[in-house]
Design a protein around this ligand. Structure first.
Ligand code: SF4
Length: 339
């Protein structure tokens, strides 16, 4: 069954926080107040394009949904609720900060059948949180996560890689901490330098250096298997390309298919680990959906094995092979488990 998140952008106007990476206008692409009429219009427009069997949720994204006035939250939730009552929508989800979660807020969300709350954690390292001016600590994340789960609402967690003060070990530790909170899903965002943010100024002044694409791919190729092994759904890697977020407007490790790059790296490492040097070629049989990842972006994996081992990488697509397995020279391996 296909899953749809119908995005309803609710910028947190007047947000008192000052995260160095944030420019809401650039992230959401909207600056106007969102109204109940907007909610109805967006849901109607999206539902008119969906057919067959589906699982669709209204997704209140863009700022800290539970940080806006509770009457405004209720107005927007009430506008979406009839679509849940009549079965057109399966639920609702929203994104927010860990320090904007309490029992009053959760009771209200639960009343309107909020099915998943995604917390912007970004990092669990105190120095990274302080340098990024998040204004919350990891204890807030733990407290909010436990409270959300106690209301039987799914927990989603969002992580940013490469914020000020971050490094490889801290990113791995953050992923481990997030796993310990047992979320049902995560989003992984490599930090990008967006114009009109403090991070942009820090970058201009030389006090902040973003991760390179190579560093990002290396970190993601460790972190993605960590979540996959725990059956935590990774619902997004990298910001979506928009008019405001693209290779011409942002600096840092922007790539429209950063997850594909990381999956290719995971597979390269796996092949190398299982390499039999007595072979005169590397024969890989995989699910058709994995062929481009095995070959690698711009054939980088093919070139890698040719240059390093003088071996040709031969890839055969076979629908009967599980998406998360590969046959490497006749040995079946699990993509996220073997290395
Ligand atoms: S990221 Fe969220 S909390 Fe931080 S400044 Fe932007 S809207 Fe406010």
């Amino acid at each position: 069954m296909r899953t749809y998140h119908i995005p309803i952008f609710v910028p947190h106007k007047g947000c008192p926080h000052d995260c160095v990476f944030c420019n809401q206008r650039h992230i959401t692409g909207h600056t106007a107040d969102t109204t109940a009429d907007d909610v109805v219009r967006i849901i109607e427009e999206n539902l008119s394009t969906i057919s067959g069997e589906y699982y669709a949720e209204a997704a209140f994204f863009g700022g800290s949904f539970t940080g806006i006035d509770i009457d405004k939250q209720t107005e927007l939730l009430e506008a979406a609720y009839p679509y849940i009552s009549d079965g057109s929508l399966t639920g609702m989800r929203c994104s927010t900060r860990p320090d904007y979660i309490d029992e009053r807020i959760l009771t209200n969300l639960k009343k309107y059948r909020m099915s998943c709350i995604e917390l912007g954690v970004q990092s669990t390292d105190p120095e990274v949180l302080a340098l990024s001016r998040r204004g919350h600590c990891y204890d807030d994340v733990v407290r909010a996560s436990e409270l959300i789960k106690s209301y039987d609402i799914e927990l989603g967690l969002q992580m940013m890689l490469g914020l000020p003060g971050d490094n490889y070990d801290k990113m791995i530790k953050t992923a481990r901490d997030l796993i310990s909170l047992k979320p049902s899903c995560v989003r992984l965002y490599p930090t990008l330098v967006v114009p009109d943010t403090d991070l942009y100024i820090m970058h201009e002044q030389g006090t902040y250096t973003p991760l390179t694409t190579e560093e990002t791919v290396e970190a993601l190729s460790e972190i993605i298997p960590m979540f996959e092994r725990e059956n935590i759904s990774i619902i997004r890697v990298g910001l979506q390309t928009t008019d405001d977020i693209n290779e011409n407007t942002v600096k840092g490790p922007y790539h429209p298919a950063v997850r594909e790059l990381a999956e290719g790296r995971i597979i390269r490492r796996l092949i190398e680990h299982n390499l039999k040097t007595e072979c005169n070629e590397i024969k890989i049989i995989c699910n058709p959906g994995r062929v481009s990842q095995v070959i690698g972006h711009q054939k980088c994996n093919k070139l890698y094995f040719k240059e390093k081992y003088n071996l040709n990488l031969k890839v055969i697509a076979d629908k009967s092979v599980d998406y998360n397995k590969l046959k490497i020279c006749d040995k079946i391996v699990e993509i996220y488990y073997e290395v």
